[in-house]
Design a binder for this molecule. Structure first.
Ligand code: COA
Length: 184
């Protein structure tokens, strides 16, 4: 039996995925506007089912490196977020998030991303947390700035999104920077 992650933010709950989340995930994962800057999607039902099976399997990893969590408001699943440890020795991880369009523009991504930093630095004792976003993804870039990350670089053509080479911004925050923000 794995230990279940349950994290409360001011307005939201982050919890482990379950099989029954299929329809709620499919409603945003099949939306071409939502996946515009993602390498995956728009998903078929089978692709979403495969995603859910994969993230449920990750819950049993030992040590656990991949944390993909469902985002809920009042028992309604409205998106997903993740923290993935890429190097356990140097304590590096990246984060990501994706929301149903109905819930954009309410500060939810910022609220979730802040909690992922808290989880990464305080629980997992990480040293550096990074994130990338497509250069055109202004909302995501703003979220990364709002949570205190610094732009480290511009990655040229590091992704292929539906057949098109795309550039990304790379952002990060270090443990000591996070601790300084918290005490301000
Ligand atoms: C990116 C995403 C997660 C943002 O979620 P959100 O809950 O709307 O984000 P927040 O409300 O916390 O903050 C978004 C910020 O971007 C701003 N913004 C949104 N769209 C914008 C646009 N087109 N131009 C300029 N600013 C924009 C918002 O006003 C807000 O800034 P503010 O707090 O200064 O007003 C959401 O749009 C999403 O799920 N997109 C699809 C998936 C995705 O791209 N994920 C990120 C991959 S890197």
């Amino acid at each position: 039996m794995h230990s279940q992650i349950n994290i409360k933010t001011r307005r939201l709950l982050l919890r482990e995925f379950i099989k029954d989340d299929l329809a709620a995930v499919q409603s945003y994962a099949s939306d071409s506007e939502v996946v515009r800057y993602m390498e995956w999607g728009p998903n078929s039902v089978d692709e979403t089912r495969e995603f859910i099976s994969r993230v449920i399997a990750n819950q049993d990893e030992k040590p656990r490196l991949k944390f993909e969590l469902a985002i809920l408001i009042e028992n309604k699943l409205i998106g997903a977020c993740n923290l993935t440890i890429t190097n356990a020795t140097t304590k590096q991880a990246f984060i990501g998030y994706c929301f149903n369009k109905t819930y954009w523009g309410k500060g939810y991504a910022t609220e979730v991303a802040k909690k992922l930093l808290n989880f990464g630095f305080n629980q997992l004792k990480l040293h550096r947390i990074y994130a990338t976003c497509d250069v055109g993804n202004i909302a995501s870039k703003k979220v990364l700035q709002k949570i205190g990350m610094t732009k480290e670089g511009h990655l040229r053509e590091n992704k292929i999104i539906r057949g098109e080479w795309r550039d990304s911004f790379l952002f990060s925050i270090l443990e000591q920077e996070y601790n300084n923000i918290k005490t301000v």
